[in-house]
Ligand binder design. Sequence first.
Ligand SMILES: [Zn+2]
Length: 125
Amino acid sequence: MKRRVHTDKEHDLLQKLKRENDKLKKQIGALRKQLARIDLDDYNNVKELLDKYYYEDKLEEREDILEKLKDEWKCLQCGTGYLEIVLYTKQGNPWYFRKCTTCSNRTKAQKHNPNVKGVLKGEKY
Ligand SMILES: [Zn+2]
C-alpha cells in the first residue's frame, strides 16, 4: 500500500489545526477551573441579594400607596391626622367607620363592602 505523503501545504495546515486545537484545550481547561470556583455559596449570596432588592422595591411601592391613602383621607378637622378604617361586625355583617388618628373626628358607621378604600386600622404595610 502506497503511503500517502502530505504536501507541504497540507503539512502546514495540519500543524496549524493542531496548534488551534491545543489552544482550545487550554481555554476549556481554564474555563473549567473558573466554573469550579463558582460554588453554591456564591450562588446563594447572589440570590439573597436579588431577593433583598426585590423586597425593598416592593416595600417602597407599599409605602407609596400608604402615603397616597393617608393623603386622600387627611382629617379636615385637625389637619394633621388621617381617617383610619375601623372594622367591626354587626349582626354578622362587616361594618366600619373612619376615625381620625389624632383628633376625635369620625364618620358615621356604614356597611363595609370590598370597594371601601383607605388605611385599615392596625393593618401592617
Ligand atoms: Zn383629625
